[in-house]
Write a protein that binds this ligand. Structure first.
Ligand SMILES: C[S@@+](CC[C@H](N)C(=O)[O-])C[C@H]1O[C@@H](n2cnc3c(N)ncnc32)[C@H](O)[C@@H]1O
Length: 310
């Protein structure tokens, strides 16, 4: 079957963040985080053909399944994104652009070391505050009572949200795969709806759009610098993330590449930092191939390379 991919994939050179409703000319935008097999996405898209429905999945297999489902159902108003929703939502979506964000049966991450991945952390409320337009809502369905209650407490503490619903065993218009599974096992489920109230989000509250390239008056060559940096590691400025210079490569013309691995709240990236000799000294820049996201750990790694060059 032929499928026009332009309908699902956003052009690579589209400026970020994307104003989805404007680009795809829809009145409303609904977002589903972690859509699994994509059946709820299909339900939303059929139920509200005027809305653009954007699904985000970290699993490549599920992303492919969702895309195939949208294709076979002939849905024109579905877009699929593959990646970690916490980063894609922050970097690829214009502020105040979503009307409703759904999260159905996320993993509750019960272990303490994974707690940062829960939707109950304050940074998630901040992300939703940026993304959802006043009047819109965040909706969570879960089979874990403490998770629903923690999420409710977290949204309740955010001045821009008001808890509208926290109900046990809700009657939902569509039961997802996991919901059917838990129901078949006789488990209770919970539904939380947090309404986004004013004030409107101010762009200045966004994460900084800091440069990915710097120049330093270096005394070392790029090759010496790369050798000195290889194996070094550290944490992000706020102590949350971790970075390591895993390997270093030097070309015949003296340019060097550092292979960097970063992890921010469980979000891992592999990318290169280039060390290029320039008339002034050394240019230290994040290689844009692979389009890595600006994260606190990337910034810390870049600053460590820059400091070492000085
Ligand atoms: C338990 S399944 C639920 C699937 C579906 N929503 C349902 O109710 O049947 C959780 C889904 O969330 C996805 N997921 C987990 N963390 C994610 C993240 N940070 N960004 C996007 N998707 C994520 C997983 O890959 C998985 O498909």
């Amino acid at each position: 079957m032929y499928w026009n991919l332009d309908k699902v994939i956003v052009a690579q050179n589209e400026a970020l963040p994307i104003d989805w409703k404007k680009v795809f000319r829809h009145e409303r935008m609904l977002v589903e985080i972690g859509f699994g097999n994509g059946e709820f996405l299909e339900f939303l898209a059929k139920n509200d053909p005027e809305a653009l429905v954007v699904g985000i999945e970290v699993s490549q297999l599920c992303a492919a399944k969702g895309a195939r489902r949208a294709m076979y159902a002939g849905l024109e108003n579905v877009r699929i994104m593959h990646g970690d929703a916490r980063f894609l939502l922050r970097h690829c979506f214009a502020p105040q652009s979503a009307d409703r964000v759904y999260m159905n049966f996320p993993c509750p991450w019960p272990k303490t070391r994974h707690a940062q991945r829960r939707v109950t952390v304050p940074s998630f409320c901040g992300l939703m505050e940026r993304l959802i337009a006043p009047g819109g809502a965040f909706e969570l369905a879960t089979d874990v009572e403490w998770y629903a209650r923690e999420a409710a407490e977290s949204f309740d503490a955010a001045p821009s949200f008001k808890i509208e619903t926290l109900e046990k065993n809700p009657l939902r218009p569509y039961l997802t795969k996991y919901e059917r599974k838990w129901k078949a096992m006789g488990k209770d489920t919970w539904r939380l709806v947090a309404r986004r109230e004013g004030p409107a989000f101010k762009e200045s509250e966004c994460e900084g759009d800091w440069p990915m390239e710097y120049e330093a008056d270096a005394k070392k060559s790029a090759a010496e610098l790369a050798g000195a940096l290889k194996g070094r590691e550290g944490r992000a400025a706020d102590g949350s993330g971790h970075w390591v210079f895993r390997d270093a490569f030097v070309s015949d013309d003296g340019a060097a590449l550092l292979l960097v691995i970063t992890a921010d709240e469980g979000f891992e990236q592999h990318f290169y930092i280039k060390l290029l000799e320039s008339p002034r000294g050394i240019t230290v820049k994040v290689d844009s191939v692979g389009h890595p996201f600006r994260t606190p750990s990337m910034r810390a790694a870049l600053m460590a390379a820059l400091d070492a060059a000085k």
